[in-house]
Design a protein around this ligand. Sequence first.
Ligand code: ADP
Ligand code: ZN
Ligand code: ZN
Length: 802
Amino acid sequence: MPSIAKVIVDTPAMTVDRPFDYLIPQQWQTVIQPGMRVAVPFGPRQLLGFVVAVADVSDVTDITKLKSVTELFDVRPVLTPEMLALGEWMAQDSLNFRISIFQTMLPNLMRGSYEKYVVLKNWENTAAVALFEGAETLDWQTVQASPHVHNVQKWVSEGDLATVYRVSSKETKKTKRALKNCLTTAALLAAVEAVGSKAKAQQKALYQLIDLGESECFVDEFKQAGVSDTTIRTLEAKGYLTVFQKEVDRDPYAGVAFEPSEPLLLTAQQQQVYERIYAVQQAGVTKTFLLHGVTGSGKTEIYLQTIAQALAAGKQAIMLVPEIALTPQMVNRFKGRFGEKVAVLHSALSAGERLDEWQKIERQEASIVVGARSAIFAPLTNIGLIIIDEEHEATYKQEDYPRYHARDIALWRADYHNCPVVLGSATPNVESFARAAKGVYELVQLPERINQQPLPLVEVVDLKDEQRAGNNSSFSRVLLEKIKDRHQKGEQTVLMLNRRGFASFVMCRDCGFVPECPHCSITLTYHKRGHQLKCHYCGHQAPMPPTCPSCQSPHIRQYGTGTQKIEEELLELLPSIRIIRMDVDTTTRKGSHEKLLRAFGNKEADVLLGTQMIAKGLDFANITLVGVLNGDTALNVPDFRAAERTFQLLTQVSGRAGRHHLIGEVIVQTFNPDHYSIQLAKYQNYIGFYNHEMQLRKLTGYPPYYLTTLVQVSSTDERKGEQTMAQIVQFLKRELGEQTILLGPTPAPIAKINNRYRYQCLIKYKIEPALRETLRRVLESYQKEIRNGLSVSIDFEPYMMM
Ligand code: ADP
Ligand code: ZN
Ligand code: ZN
């Protein structure tokens, strides 16, 4: 009998990132399984830990030194064997701490303390009923310490008992009035006789109770069949049924009507793609498809139909979309096709809602998971298909610990389950397309829009010409004309202001002084609300100075362009135009994003003005004009992916116009009209862009020709940071191959954040078998320095080089 638990404890540190042995107390020896959470003594503290294995013997020689597991948090493992294996792989592949990985795999609420109860499901299990001694619930704290814990576990797995989480007061479960019957079917039939045929309403209700059998139902649902409150009260008084408060799963999309949808008859193009994927599904093998299809070419319909195939084969599916594309429109399409089988994981869910969705998946009540990045860890156990839509999006890479790319996790899980992965995009990541070109992925394509609708006409406007003509407004003459025209015709316009690496800042016109954050090497951003200057990195705030702090001139004012300012400018030019503004300021409240989109869809505004968050998922028939106010700002970012991001963004946003029967038009305003990313986006020429970009990547030695890893050091002590980075580079030079290129040490592009000085080195390599081991040693040797305010971070295939 296993008497040793191997436990990863909740301390994210290199030195303890390995399993520790603990004795399993007698009463839990048949209960504890890998994947369960326990509490264990660790030094002077009690820590949460994950059991990763159980064993009969310990590797520790002096077993009397071992301490015991003190608490058991789970009846059933919360991490499957697959998740444990995946965690181990992630730890080795990206040098993440095991504990951070396991916690990322679970909803937030499972990381901390919460209460858990056991409830009765099957009243016929008399032994279980006895355990409750008449109480409605049993406190898990008590159960786990009792001699019955083994039986409780067995009954939970057999469905006679269930566990429920009760989360902190703020997050209490919503409850609704529900009812269940108190009599056996035979007794109910007798009651039908007893109330007699005159009491039609009661008889009807009684028949309904008979149908209900042993299940419970909400009073609302019961009433929908035509039973009145009075009747329910009468039956309750007679002791036929009881009414009680029952928890409802908080459905974040409650109240949103899902239009049921049927599979569409695929076009010939779609059919070809579908058949390739279906063949792999049937063969039950692992294979990655890159689905390159222009916006509106019917990719989503293929996702829906291949998911249906997975379900038909008794399997499950994961569908990842970028966070901001997870709009009600998007969810609607999935719920409309698959209804209750869909669980949605969204960052705007409250912690409690997230837990509800997670449990729905874990209990196998949902077989399709639609969600953003972390949904890739959904606890499905029989995956038949994984889809990543808009696969080029940078949001699939998690930038905090644990660092991971959802695509890598998807490929790993697909390998585990022997199923296909579909990566879909109108503008695939250059590295993904290169993999498809080499045959590592299978390329499938949808080159045309459904019904051969033409792609929108794109016109590039040179802002230098506008300035020369004396137009200093944010709107070129042609864009303004077209907005007016659409306004008159009652058609809608989408305006995008690209804010990546760009925000409205304040400058003194006389001396050029620009206020910076005192803690970060970043200019402060002006916010009209409260007349404040804010730092977007550390949150520092200061009032807008009335005069220049440097030369006292009163001519200090806002430069650059924020969405607020654009809105004011447009209203000045066209006073009667109705504008909906969508940016971080207007969408921080939960559900506000959806509300704004719905309002725009209902034609409550003529113009939707927003940051790049509007570039995705919008699908309204009435949009016939898209204006990009500053097409090139993404180019001015010190990052080898700058051109790729510009191309992707412009292509995406152009795709919002003319998706239905009306022809769309796009105006891109830029200071770099001749840049290849802008010229090729104009013709939506992905292949042209890919070829050009690949040549440049080859010349400059960037992915996919080279792999990259970013090492960053940050320290509260400037010199210490600089020296440490230099030491690390010295060490890397000695340990790594001669072909490997080290760019650095250099200060990071943002040299200071939150009073920490930042240095970096980019490693570029083709083959470097010793890389992970070498970097592990770097991390290990600087572990003890963390206390002195120094930290070292390592990012494989970085997406953020700032
Ligand atoms: P994408 O995901 O590539 O942007 P969608 O799947 O959203 O494309 O399809 C674009 C539009 O075409 C949608 O309104 C969709 O309902 C419609 N559509 C997709 N496939 C078909 C089809 N086979 N027949 C008719 N309409 C289709
Ligand atoms: Zn000044
Ligand atoms: Zn700051």
